[in-house]
Design a binder for this molecule. Structure first.
Ligand code: FAD
Length: 469
């Protein structure tokens, strides 16, 4: 018999439960990718994600060719594409790994119900998470809203996860009418992704990134993870988003690599960060509206400033005049990624100092991050804005200058991304406006707002919220 494996955000051959199950139960597997971005509604992949997807699909295709096959590509709608593939190959079953965002869940339910009505067997598996969002609950049998108890409950289960199976041998079948990857037209027409070259999308690229992290950074992750000038984090986020590697593979791979070391390395702080990713999925699954609506409804009465396109543009382009904020926004534009500490600072500047709605920031990140992920992006923005589950309290407003002094003490990160400040002396790299003559000569903009005054205004707006009924 023949089965279809429908690839989505599980773009890997190893530790792919649905693919392995299809290969175990059927003589032939059709490895299929369906391009139907309109089915993901408002959260169809942004420009940076499409760049990643293009290269990741090519890498997957190359991997499948080593099994004497190749990725079969069809254009959407999904149900029609699957029915056409079934008809062309005589497949009796469709296998897929589950997705958790609301648009995909709705679509999947409709598609799988229709296929089952057609008499096709549908098998779905979990490839992305340690624990399904519905398999973990509070004592009151409710979804978690606070990270620490969520993590306490999830953490023991991570050790229960079995060893990672080797990729199964595949006997692949092809479609007579498949489209080419080039026909998906995923690459940007602008020459914007030039700086993305440091990335290697795909399964092998993910393993290489894990090697790099295990060799060095994981040993000092707890100390370095907040320092944007260091390569102190794993940079696995886009690989995890596209399912080129699973959290189980990350944890098992680290343990295996580190077991060969003489000194013990504590990977707990790193596992905890992966726990935040699980928490994001948990929240997205149980509270699907929070991609756009405040998790905490008390914030519905908050008086955001009116949308200011000019201010937004300066923020997007890294022209706010606040060095650590601009360095982050320029890193994002140039590489499709931004360091977590700086994501927090740029988001805080937008939502507190400019008082622009967090959704406006999340849209920009969605379009420009190679790791844009609905669960993590919404959670990250709401955390900074103060409206989220287990969020930073609104009144704790980051001071970008003291944060910059603390986490980028010699300004190496700022100098890397802001050429105007490359020769800035000492403390001026964090606050160049303190020397007017220097600022003028540097060509770097003056701050677009007064940090102190906007902070006060944000706190006043927050006070107003508290007194609202
Ligand atoms: P590491 O420190 O090496 O962590 C390993 C993995 O754990 C990450 O790859 C990621 O999958 C997960 N992780 C780490 N920190 C977090 C976190 N705070 N929340 C959720 N998961 C986490 N992450 C995304 O993957 N996609 C997004 O769209 C995204 N948007 C964000 C928006 C804002 C405003 C903020 C503050 C954070 C956002 N994050 C997002 C979370 C975090 O910044 C990135 O996951 C992290 O910077 C990725 O780099 P890394 O792989 O080197 O992380």
């Amino acid at each position: 018999t023949t089965a279809i494996h429908w690839f989505r955000r599980d773009l890997r051959l190893a530790d792919n439960p649905a693919l392995a199950a299809a290969a175990a139960a059927h003589a032939h597997v059709v490895p299929l990718y369906i391009h139907a971005p309109e089915e993901e509604g408002e959260w169809a992949p942004g420009a940076a994600s499409r760049w990643w997807l293009h290269h990741s699909l090519h890498a997957l295709d190359a991997g499948l060719r080593r099994h004497r096959g190749g990725l079969q590509v069809l254009h959407g709608g999904t149900l029609d594409a699957l029915r056409a593939a079934i008809q062309a190959t005589g497949a009796t079953a469709v296998y897929a790994n589950r997705l958790y965002d609301p648009a995909s869940r709705r679509r999947d339910k409709a598609v799988f119900d229709a296929l089952e009505d057609d008499g096709i067997e549908v098998v779905t598996c979990n490839a992305a998470l340690w624990c399904e969002p519905w398999d973990i609950a509070t004592k009151q049998d409710e979804p978690y809203r606070v990270f620490t108890p969520f993590w306490r409950s999830l953490r023991p289960r991570i050790d229960e996860v079995e060893a990672i199976a080797e990729p199964s041998p595949l006997s692949l079948a092809a479609l007579p009418h498949a489209a080419t990857l080039a026909s998906l037209d995923l690459l940007p027409s602008l020459d914007w992704a030039r700086g993305f070259k440091a990335w290697t999308p795909g399964e092998a690229g993910a393993q290489a990134m894990l090697d790099l992290f295990a060799d060095d950074a994981v040993g000092h992750y707890a100390e370095s993870r907040d320092m944007p000038a260091r390569h102190g984090t794993s940079r696995l986020s886009p690989h995890l988003h596209f399912g080129e590697i699973s959290p189980r593979q990350v944890a098992a791979g680290l343990r295996q690599r580190l077991s060969r070391r003489r000194n013990a390395v504590d990977i707990e702080p790193y596992l905890r960060q992966l726990g935040w990713r699980e928490f994001g999925h948990h929240l997205l699954y149980h509270f699907p509206k929070t991609t756009k609506e405040n998790f905490n409804p008390r914030f519905d009465g908050f008086r955001w400033a009116r949308r200011d396109n000019h201010a937004l543009r300066r923020w997007q382009r890294g022209q706010t005049g606040i060095p650590i904020v601009d360095a982050g926004m320029r890193e994002l534009w140039a590489t499709g990624w931004m360091h977590n500490r700086v994501r927090m600072l740029t988001a805080s500047f937008l939502t507190k100092n400019l008082r622009q709605h967090w959704v406006l920031g999340s849209y920009w990140f969605w379009d420009t991050l190679v790791d844009a992920d609905l669960a993590n992006n919404a959670m990250g923005w709401q955390w900074v804005a103060g409206s989220g589950a287990d969020a930073a309290p609104y009144f704790r407003i980051f001071n970008p200058v003291t944060q910059s002094q603390k986490f980028d003490p010699d300004g190496a990160y700022i100098r890397q991304w802001i050429p105007e400040l490359v020769d800035a002396p000492g403390h001026l790299v964090h606050a160049p406006w303190e020397d007017e003559a220097f600022l003028k000569a540097s060509g770097y903009p003056a701050p677009m707002v007064d940090l102190k005054a906007t902070r006060e205004a944000a706190l006043t707006a927050y006070q107003g919220l508290k007194h609202d009924p």
